[in-house]
Design a protein around this ligand. Structure first.
Ligand code: NDP
Length: 254
């Protein structure tokens, strides 16, 4: 049974791809889209056990997982081709996979810069380039990119990550211009600090200071972001494109 809370959104029967759906925010997005009646195919990088757990925790939902590294453009293209061969369409792409390697600029190793830009930026290009032609040929589709508050106001030690998310914001706006004539909406969600593995170090080191900067005085939950993605994916957001929706409890960066 699909969750009636989410089922009247025009998503039922649609095909969604979510990158990095095995854990954290991506997992919550997978679950809400499946609850809304979509078939969800998600990717992960390494953690097959976590991916299997998402599927077994959601009996009766149409969810499948595939190990696809978003940094590998050929793998992204082959993954999307296989889906389109079977289903004939992709209605929604959520570019969520991401990594963080915070450090002061002088301390960053080559790989700290490369891993973050390759995953967060090139990975988004790779999957979007694979999916967009199919949306264009159908003259419909939605793309939601997961950015970050750091994309506009990066903190100390975040030059690589902030640059990657600033690029996602710019990518979102430029692609919205390009694809609007094809009836495709492109938006982003910019989370604040959300309770996942990724934010664990910062929450453990400076949880109280982080919380003090949040107007709503709590760390976000993955569902807070998933709700925004559901909205931007739904028919209720048909008149929205090129936007960066901040979901951060009112995060004050200073
Ligand atoms: P997690 O570290 O909890 O999960 C990351 C997910 O991305 C995992 O499913 C992981 O797969 C997957 N992934 C990582 N690299 C690749 C890759 N190269 N190819 C395919 N999949 C990959 O992260 P979050 O859930 O916290 O973050 C999700 C998104 O939200 C990211 O884009 C992040 O930048 C953004 N964000 C997060 C915030 C937070 O506070 N948590 C704040 C602002 C933005 P596997 O399980 O196999 O490792």
């Amino acid at each position: 049974m699909n969750d009636p809370k989410f089922s009247d959104a025009g998503l039922t029967g649609g095909i969604a791809i979510v990158t990095g759906g095995s854990r954290g925010i991506g997992r919550a997005i997978v679950e809400i889209l499946a609850a809304a009646g979509m078939e969800v195919i998600f990717t992960y990088r390494d953690n097959a056990a976590a991916a299997a757990e998402v599927i077994s925790a959601n009996p009766g939902k149409t969810i499948s997982a595939e190990k696809v590294d978003v940094r590998d453009s050929a793998a992204c293209a082959a993954f999307v081709e296989k889906i389109v061969e079977r289903t004939g369409q992709v209605d929604l792409l959520v570019n969520n996979a991401g990594v963080i390697r915070d450090n002061l600029l002088a301390m960053l190793e080559d790989d700290d810069v490369k891993a973050v830009l390759d995953t967060n930026v090139t990975g988004t290009f790779n999957m979007t380039r694979a999916v967009a032609p199919h949306m264009i040929s159908k003259r419909r589709g939605k793309i939601v990119n997961i950015s970050s508050v750091s994309g506009e106001k990066g903190g100390r030690g975040q030059t690589n990550y902030a640059a990657s998310k600033g690029a996602i914001n710019a990518f979102t706006k430029a692609l919205a211009v390009e694809l609007a004539p094809r009836n495709i909406r492109v938006n982003a969600v910019a989370p604040g600090v959300i309770e996942t593995e990724m934010s664990r170090p910062v929450r453990e080191l400076a949880g109280d200071q982080v919380q003090a900067k949040i107007l709503l005085k709590r760390i976000g939950r993955p569902e807070d972001i998933a709700h925004a993605v559901w909205f931007l994916s739904s028919k209720y957001a048909d008149y929205i494109t090129g936007q960066i929706l901040h979901v951060d409890g009112g995060f004050k960066m200073d």
